[in-house]
Design a binder for this molecule. Sequence first.
Ligand code: OAD
Length: 255
Amino acid sequence: MNESIERAAEALRNAKRVAVLTGAGVSAESGVPTFRASDGLWEGHRIEDVATPTGFARDPELVWKFYNARRANVATVTPNPGHLALVKLEEHFGDRFTLVTQNVDGLHQQAGSRNVLEIHGSLRETRCLGCAKVEHRGLEVLEDRPVCPHCGGWLRPNIVWFHEMLPEKIWTDAQYAAGLCDVLLVVGTSAMVYPAASLIPIAKSTRDRGATIIECNLTPTAASREADIGLYGPSGETLPGLLDSLNPQSAIRNR
Ligand code: OAD
């Protein structure tokens, strides 16, 4: 592991631009459950019932109850050392750093990350089916069938569900970040959901050489074949370790 961390730190030292793709695993140590449990259910629900437009059309109250429960859970948790290490990585690279997240929990921003692209939307936002207005609602628990305060239309969570397109501008920016980076850090994702996972081959096939892919996960995944370096263990431990290796001076100061 030490050797892999040192290789990963060396790749970062040589990088001009860095992009990060995160998934549910980065928030697991904060107490936010990941998606792909072995029983195929998501907190006891079928994905088709709570994370598709047809599920919402069929039973909007069930979907809102489900997302209100997710919001209530996120209100009780805090960012973990993995989120905080990514804040430090951004401080190191400044505007040459982009964090692309599949997570809708907002914990990266809560930790202090600034250049964050939420490609699957946000638990903290609603979108009106009438006037299309997107509003930041924080983590307050909403009614089971909330309506738009502006036009009276039905609200839905501003989350990208299965069978829906990603927000165009955010997804274009994410592809640019992957295409331009020298290192792509892939953290806590099963890399099974597309198009998010396609950022890995985009980074890999860029220009004449391709970025170095560093995977941080508990176990190897669908992305491991394309990874140049694997850091296997909880990201709340591997990411701070990587930052310490990148910045030995600040590691000494932090002790
Ligand atoms: P998954 O639940 O598919 O995968 C979570 C990954 O995190 C797995 O590969 C775990 O091994 C890893 N993991 C768990 N704990 C970890 C830890 N402490 N440190 C490091 N890794 C850990 O979640 P995602 O890949 O994020 O989409 O799922 C992608 C998308 O599928 C989600 O954004 C969501 C879901 O359906 C939408 O809601 C649209």
